[in-house]
Write a protein that binds this ligand. Structure first.
Ligand code: UD1
Length: 430
């Protein structure tokens, strides 16, 4: 079992390059099979979730050719099988995007129902509501969602809750339905816009992505394209928070500063200096930070995927902060681990009341999920002494070269997999 070992206390200083967004890459890989021509995807992050999904589309018959670490060519003309293995959905919930893609292209899809996950129950009723509205017959049998359609026709789809997944899934299926579909109360996240741009580059006709109303005119066929994935706002935000937590100075490169506005605003509120460039953001934290309140909301609100990272920063800030989690029901699992490092946090329902402390001390902790895992590593980097983080497979699902990028910023961090390696690290860092 791999772990991260960290010796904290160094301010992180330097430049870090951000990769493509995992949450855009997953639906875009799924949508790439919707044409029989070859699609080239660039700026794909080399992270576990992406690699598992590439395997999953290979398993149903698509041809996947890796051109280099961040570029793949996908050809969906050889797909024979519309049924995705449970093994894949178990590893990544987002393989449910294959439902929208297969249904759109073949009017036939079978994907196992994803279970809950570490951040709470994750229903997909809205995805299914949308598919039904555009004419699919959707049943759940033996643990799988079976969606079929004789004739998919455009419709009005109102999403009762703002959902990234449902917006994207319905948008994919509707882009090959007959006639016009309107998705109302759509999610506005940059990755929703990226998927729409990608589909449009394949010949789809989607307007309004990035607003509450997305209008889609179905087309019969999609064609080849070459497309580069948008930068990952959550990866970028994580390094911005690492600068704040370690009192560092980091230039985060290859980002779209507009996507970072909610994160930037909070960092300024707590007393960081944030400087924006065309495609980079510099975060400097030179003094003890101050309290603030955070409430997670759909984009352009403060992202739930950045909630654990800012909680780490606030746990070291002066005063009492309140963090409200409005999107997922169980996203404070990391609090017990942070408490072991000396944080003073009380959770009541969907609210964390954080009394800032002067500093953390290193401890052995465990990563409960992807973003919380990254946040705990950041906590370790800010802490005095050694921290060992278990269950880092979660982190590897979404952060490319996490330890290398942190090392390049001056962090003392290593991936280890034995007691001997832990001792070696301890001897080296003294
Ligand atoms: C995506 C992201 C995830 C991020 C989340 C919110 C991917 C792979 N994952 O997840 O990292 O935290 O957006 O920005 O892109 N809901 C329903 N019924 C549904 C669908 C969702 O009730 O059919 C609820 C969810 O329980 C949640 C809220 O809607 O409370 C938002 O979820 P959603 O935006 O769908 O999240 P995901 O797409 O699963």
């Amino acid at each position: 079992m791999e772990q991260y070992i960290v010796k904290g206390g160094n301010p992180l200083v330097g430049e870090v390059e951000i990769g493509g967004a995992k949450n855009a890459a997953l639906p875009i890989i799924s949508a790439a099979i919707m044409t029989d021509e070859t699609v080239t995807l660039e700026n794909l992050p080399d992270v576990n979730d992406v690699n598992v999904l590439l395997e999953a589309i290979g398993k149903i018959g698509a041809q996947v050719e890796r051109v280099d670490r961040h570029t793949v060519r996908i050809n969906g003309s050889t797909i024979q099988d519309f049924s995705v293995d449970y093994d894949y959905i178990k590893k990544i919930r987002a393989s449910y995007y294959l439902l929208g893609a297969l249904l759109g292209k073949y009017k036939n899809a079978e994907v196992p129902l994803p279970g809950g996950c570490n951040i709470g129950s994750r229903p997909i009723d809205l995805h299914l509501k949308g598919f039904r509205a555009i004419g699919a017959k959707v049943e759940i049998r033996h643990g799988s969602i079976i969606a079929k359609a004789e004739n998919m026709r455009g419709a009005h789809v109102f999403l009762d809750k703002v959902s990234v997944g449902a917006t994207i899934n319905v948008m994919m299926a509707a882009s090959m339905a007959n006639g016009r579909t309107t998705i109302e109360n759509a999610a506005k996240e940059p990755h929703v816009v990226d998927v729409a741009n990608f589909l449009n580059s394949m010949g789809a006709d989607i307007k309004g992505a990035g607003t509450e109303v997305i209008r889609i005119r179905g087309v019969e066929k999609l064609h080849k394209t070459t497309y580069s994935i948008v930068p990952d706002m959550i990866e970028a935000g994580t390094y911005m928070m690492a600068a704040a937590a370690t009192k560092g100075d980091i230039m985060v490169k290859n980002v779209i500063p507009k996507h970072m506005e909610a994160v930037t605003a909070k960092l300024e509120e707590v007393g960081c200096e944030v400087e924006e460039f065309d495609d980079a953001i510099r975060v400097v934290a030179s003094k003890r930070l101050m309290r603030t309140h955070v409430n997670t909301q759909p984009y352009p609100g403060y992202p739930t995927d950045m909630q654990p990272q800012i909680a780490v920063v606030l746990a070291l800030a002066q005063g009492t902060s309140i963090v409200t989690e409005s999107i997922f029901e169980n996203r404070f699992k990391y609090v017990d681990e942070l408490t072991r490092m000396g944080a003073n946090i009380k959770v009541e329902g969907n609210t964390a009341i954080i009394d800032g402390v002067e500093g953390f001390t290193g401890a052995r902790i465990s990563s409960p999920d992807l973003r919380a895992g990254a946040a705990l590593v950041v906590a370790g980097l800010a802490a005095e002494g050694i921290t060992i983080v278990d269950d880092i497979v979660y982190i590897q699902r979404g952060y490319e070269d996490f330890e290398q990028k942190l090392q390049s910023l001056g962090a003392e961090i290593e991936k280890v997999s034995s007691e001997k390696e832990i001792q070696k690290f301890k001897l080296r860092v003294g």
